[in-house]
Design a protein around this ligand. Structure first.
Ligand code: 5GP
Length: 205
């Protein structure tokens, strides 16, 4: 991006898309990608094993513990956390590179990750993706069949406390069943309104 000339819509936004596990953050960002929406999706790193439908470098950077620890020591992460026994981290370089290209960047994190980022980058836009209700979230996690019964119980228990944090976010978007595109449109509207509200806001990492 030209450093001296502000693009028409202002500086790019850093959008933190958060919410409980199973709410559909991955589905929303993949839909944004497949629809060719003007957002860069930051790829985060994890020590979790790759699920069969996932691709390294697209869904996550799948790293072993030693490689992740090295990234930690090299201070490569804007934020990192242990989530359900695995390590997850948001590489700072990913976000920087994407912001420099002048395009709004979306980062998916769990709720604790969003709060950590808020302490470092106040100018980011924080969106809480919520399920229509807890019953539906439970169904979605069960259908996904990626967790053992114990892991599923833990995710649901954590989700209940995460739902209580929704009001601390700048925006809440409900991901209704079968209405993925509506959630994408909502996020686009939020980005447009944030650009209008604070066109000169510049994210500093
Ligand atoms: P999953 O293993 O189901 O893909 O993700 C588990 C949780 O970790 C999800 O809530 C997901 O959003 C979160 N997560 C993914 N990447 C990051 C990250 O870089 N930082 C943090 N704090 N959480 C993340």
């Amino acid at each position: 991006m030209n450093k001296h000339k502000l693009p028409e819509q202002g500086h790019p936004l850093l959008i933190i898309l958060s919410g409980p596990s199973g709410v559909g953050k991955d589905a929303v960002v993949s839909r944004m990608r497949s629809l060719g929406k003007p957002f860069r999706i930051a790829v985060t790193a994890t020590t979790r094993l790759r699920r069969s439908h996932e691709t390294d470098g697209i869904d996550y950077y799948f790293r072993d513990k030693a490689a992740f620890q090295k990234m930690l020591i090299d201070k490569e992460f804007l934020e990192w956390a242990e989530v359900y026994g695995n390590l997850y981290g948001t590489p700072r370089s990913q976000i920087k590179k994407a912001l420099e290209s002048g395009i709004d960047v979306v980062v998916k994190t769990d709720v604790q990750g969003a709060f950590s980022i808020r302490k470092i980058v106040e100018e980011a836009v924080f969106i809480f993706l919520a399920p229509p209700n807890m019953e539906e979230l439970s169904q979605r996690l069960k259908q996904r069949m990626t967790e053992s019964p114990d892991a599923l119980r833990l995710r649901l228990k954590t989700a209940e406390s995460e739902m209580k944090e929704a009001d601390k976010f700048d925006h809440i978007v409900v991901n209704y069943e079968g209405k993925l595109d509506d959630a994408v449109v909502e996020i686009e509207k939020i980005a447009a309104s944030e650009h209008k509200r604070m066109p000169k806001r510049r994210v500093q990492l």
